[in-house]
Design a binder for this molecule. Structure first.
Ligand SMILES: C[S@@+](CC[C@H](N)C(=O)[O-])C[C@H]1O[C@@H](n2cnc3c(N)ncnc32)[C@H](O)[C@@H]1O
Length: 368
């Protein structure tokens, strides 16, 4: 028997109206020491030496998952710290955790038959899953990833983390979830179209899928792609150069990284699966270069985007070394990118592509 819970307790988005604190205005500390390698309640323990060898490996001084050849960004504390910061940025930009909060709240309303459930694909540091778990304490949240979430303390009882590769299919989860989130995970997905089919099988009728992916192509202040390739061109950007090199290195491992802009169309093409699909683009400046016209919140978001990109240069270092770039080249690029961004020499945007689908309900399904 499911307890009766007042619905309006859940019909709100805790992040919608929050004010920025003084700390946040100065960009709060996202320090690596706030994360540690203590064991989590994931199905594998990060500290077990056997599992450590099996699941993680070291490449060029950073720690990576040991199971996927596609995904080659680190899975260590500095990377999880970067992801925490990126999460904070997106949360502020989106006013919350969801693209369609109304549909999510409806899908997660307490039910007579089953516990409302949420799946976070490629959960990374676990930041999104943990926030959602707090927001919906009556729901179960499962985060899956190639590598452990590396949490500092055990997750709340309604959240768990599992290590799995979604390229192996999601059969075990069929008809098991009301919300599926997949954020910044495309580079690790071998066939994103097939993944969307899997997601549609995982979702219950009325369930919501949301995807958020950043483009590696950067845009100028007029929202035009940065195309200059020569350092002598005033439009040239080192950040763009390093970003495109990273894109090529990822693409050489698998096509997933190019999926982002296609996802809205692929969702639309899945005729009969969704009762609604949609897309939205978020433009986030790299650094507060338009300061005069930015509000405090937007400045904070832009600053976090800048810190995120600066940290990303060290995340992609092992990938670029493995792809054959010389260490000196990467060092030079990194130095130039840091200089470009710290001094706001270029006015750049990152384009975030957001898409969603709401799974078709069976005729006669009623939502309370
Ligand atoms: C860039 S991180 C994003 C993490 C998180 N979604 C976020 O937005 O903060 C991508 C995560 O997806 C995971 N990942 C990539 N490919 C995967 C796959 N095939 N199966 C499971 N997890 C995967 C990676 O291990 C990494 O933790």
């Amino acid at each position: 028997m499911v307890a009766t819970i007042s619905h309006d307790r859940y019909f709100r988005d805790d992040y919608a109206d929050d004010e920025l604190t003084g700390d946040e205005m100065g960009v709060r500390e996202f320090s690596d020491t706030s994360r540690c390698s203590s064991p989590t309640w994931s199905i594998y323990s990060y500290e077990s030496s056997v599992d450590h060898q099996r699941m993680l490996r070291e490449i060029h001084g950073r720690v990576f998952n040991n199971t996927s050849e596609y995904y080659m960004l680190p899975a260590d504390a500095p990377e999880h710290c970067r992801l925490d910061m990126q999460h904070e940025m997106l949360k502020k930009k989106m006013n919350g955790l969801f693209l369609r909060p109304d549909a999510v709240h409806r899908a997660l309303a307490p039910k007579q038959t089953e516990v409302p459930s949420i799946l976070d694909v490629g959960a990374g540091s676990g930041c999104w899953a943990l926030d959602v778990g707090k927001l919906f304490p009556h729901a179960d949240v499962v985060g899956i990833d190639l590598a452990p979430a590396n949490l500092k303390s055990p997750p709340p009882p309604n959240c768990r983390f599992e290590c799995d590769d979604v390229n192996l299919g999601l059969d075990q989860y069929h008809d098991g979830f009301d919300v599926v989130n997949a954020r910044c995970v495309s580079s690790g997905i071998a066939d994103y179209r097939a993944f969307l089919e899997d997601v549609s099988q995982v979702l219950r009728p009325g369930g919501v899928f949301q995807s958020i992916e950043a483009e590696f192509q950067l845009y100028d202040e007029h929202f035009r792609p940065v195309t200059a390739r020569s350092e002598d061109d005033p439009e040239f950007s080192w950040t763009q150069k390093m970003s495109l090199a990273s894109l090529s290195a990822m693409e050489a491992r698998g096509p997933g990284i190019r999926a982002g802009p296609q996802i809205p169309k692929w969702l639309k093409d899945m005729e009969g699966t969704w009762e609604e699909t949609g897309e939205k683009v978020l433009w986030i400046p790299i650094g507060p270069w338009g300061e005069e016209s930015l509000g405090e919140r937007s400045k904070y978001v832009a600053e976090l985007m800048r810190q995120d990109v600066i940290r990303f240069t060290s995340s992609v270092r092992p990938l670029l070394l493995t792809a054959g770039y010389f260490e000196e080249t990467i060092d030079l690029w990194t130095e130039r990118v840091h200089d470009e961004l710290k001094n706001l020499r270029r006015r750049l945007y990152i384009r975030w592509i957001c898409s969603w689908g709401i799974k078709r309900r069976k005729s006669g399904d009623v939502f309370y």
